[in-house]
Design a protein around this ligand. Structure first.
Ligand code: NAD
Ligand code: 6OH
Length: 513
């Protein structure tokens, strides 16, 4: 097995001999994270550190795949597509996907511990969102592939010919999957499950910040009867490393990527020469629009969640909040209270609401926006700095949840994705103005609208230039619905049949009758 997990059960943090990853008394330590190629753990020539963002300690050494190991992974995946997996039918693949979901749940605590250690996200969040969604991703696409219909037409041409047209679904081949660090297993399995359901083989390049759960998943694949070579993992960075080696590789048939818009642009350039299909889920600068007729308490709680969940590191998070002037002051005051009541601290405590940012580098980026906001003329409502703990967490990458008002809509802080626990709140006077302000962005991922006026909810939701509009909720997901973004937020849609269609080659057969 590529990862080498050790579990110990300790009564308290202080007595943990590993001193590294702590999970409610169950302490998992991943010492060495290796590539997973053709069913084998493979060490590279170089290593890099996997750091726990809550205290800066090194969790594991991660092997970096070089060009020849990426070649081997792609080769293994190409070979597997011609083998048992490539020949398997829908029922068989669906059965394996259900097994994968079961095996993830059997190792629930291990996955939670690894995700918490890698990301610094609160254990309650990983237990409620990340790991359950990973299992759900496999079940949903197993259900769907079994029931997915295909088009057929009885054709009559103007010159009197008659034919039957029908479509068959075939795998694309080898899919390169490149994922970010914010929801590592959730976002990997969101792409992996439909890719496998459609009969593809994959080479995965997880984020260098969060390599653990993709590697633990290899063990699940083995135990679920997924043949060697179907699921391969190569570790490393983007440019001039495993990410670029993979996207440049002539042996892959498609690239599916979640991450920053600029990285999407770089990957697009790389794959352009060989004309490969791409699916991109990219950044956001999402708006929350709060009308005076909203359920006030529900809107405050909902917007606070949309701003601060996962320390603001969800592509769907709201960094721009527009509030109707009649309730503006009261809303800002209550949002401030919510922000100040968040329990910031150790991710392994069940009561923690907010953990650190992912890395020292990302914290520097977020803090640079905190400084920029002030120089752009913002009024600081709360936060704006770094919390102090007086213990080991001071070596972690924490920032305070932060709210600004008073910025011009043209400022960089209102235009650029910050990806931290921060929002700017601005007043509006009419529905038209709110729609115009919310849509004044080059991104187009998500919006949330808070109103008890049913007609207004529909009307405003439909006018948002985004892939997903939520009314009186946020990040409430049905995995069968289209998911993706407009503008800088992405290319294409995944979810439900959209995923199955991306991960398949459709072959239309026309039979003359
Ligand atoms: P990132 O773009 O820096 O990295 C994502 C992945 O791409 C990593 O695995 C990285 O190693 C790899 N990579 C980087 N450069 C590459 C290159 N030139 N070629 C190939 N691979 C390369 O993103 P991140 O910092 O990990 O994640 C945060 C960003 O992701 C935010 O912008 C966020 O909005 C976005 N995001 C979007 C969604 C969505 O569904 N729309 C979901 C999650 C995150
Ligand atoms: C971005 O950080 C969150 C993306 C969420 C999904 O892709 C999903 O399927 O819920």
């Amino acid at each position: 097995m590529s990862a080498n997990p050790e579990i110990c059960v300790c009564p308290s943090v202080a007595s943990c001999p590993t001193g590294l990853v702590r999970c409610g008394g169950v302490h998992a330590k991943v010492k060495s994270i290796l590539n997973y190629i053709n069913g084998q753990s493979v060490r590279g020539k170089r290593e890099f550190a996997d750091v726990n963002p809550a205290d800066g300690t090194v969790i594991a050494d991660v092997t970096e795949a070089d060009q020849s190991q990426v070649d081997d992974a792609v080769q293994a995946a190409r070979h597997a597509i011609r083998g048992e997996w490539g020949r398997s039918g829908v029922r068989e693949r669906a059965a394996r996907l259900y097994k994968i979901a079961d095996r993830i749940e059997e190792r629930f605590d291990l996955f939670v511990a690894a995700e918490v250690a890698d990301t610094g996200k609160p254990i309650a969040l990983a237990s409620k969102l990340d790991i359950p969604r990973a299992a759900a991703n496999f079940r949903v696409f197993a259900d769907l592939i079994k029931t997915a219909g295909l088009e057929s037409f009885h054709t009559e041409t103007p010159d009197g010919k008659s034919a039957l047209n029908y479509t068959v679904r075939k795998p694309l081949g080898v899919v390169g999957i490149i994922t970010p660090w914010n929801l590592p297993l959730l976002l990997l399995t969101w792409k992996l499950a439909p890719a496998l359901a459609c009969g593809n083989t994959v080479v995965v390049k997880p984020s260098e910040e969060t390599p653990a759960t993709a590697t633990l998943l290899a063990e699940v694949m083995k135990d679920s009867g997924i043949p060697d070579g179907v699921y391969n993992v190569v570790h490393g960075f983007g440019p001039r490393s495993a990410g670029e080696f993979l996207t440049q590789h002539p042996g892959i048939d498609a690239v599916t990527f979640t991450g920053e818009s600029q990285t999407g642009a770089a990957i697009m350039k790389t794959v352009a020469a060989s004309v490969k299909p791409v699916s991109f889920e990219l950044g956001g600068k999402n708006a929350a629009v709060v009308f005076a007729d909203c359920d006030f308490d529900e809107a405050v709680s909902g917007v606070a969640e949309a701003v601060f969940l996962n320390t603001g590191q969800v592509c769907l998070c709201a960094e721009r909040v527009y509030v109707e002037r009649a309730i503006f002051d009261r809303f800002v005051e209550q949002l401030k209270r919510k922000a100040e009541s968040l329990r910031i601290g150790s991710p392994v405590e069940q009561t923690t609401d907010m953990g650190p940012l992912i890395s020292a580098q990302h914290r520097e980026k977020v803090l640079s926006y905190y400084r920029l906001a002030l120089s752009e003329g913002a009024q600081l409502v709360t936060g704006g700095g770094v919390p102090e703990f007086g213990n080991g967490l001071d070596r972690g990458f924490f920032v305070q949840p932060t709210i600004y008002t008073g910025l011009a809509e043209s400022t960089r802080c209102v235009k650029e994705e910050i990806f931290g626990p921060v929002c700017h709140v601005a007043p509006f006077d009419s529905e038209e103005e709110a729609v115009r302000m919310a849509n004044d962005t080059s991104y187009g991922l998500a919006a949330s609208i808070w109103t008890t006026n049913l007609k207004r909810g529909h009307r405003v939701a439909q006018q948002m230039n985004v892939g997903i509009s939520w009314v009186n909720c946020w990040f409430l997901r049905d995995l069968r619905t289209p998911f993706g973004g407009a503008g800088l937020s992405g290319i294409g849609r995944e979810g439900g049949m959209h995923s199955l269609n991306f991960y398949s080659e459709l072959n239309n057969v026309c039979i003359r009758l």
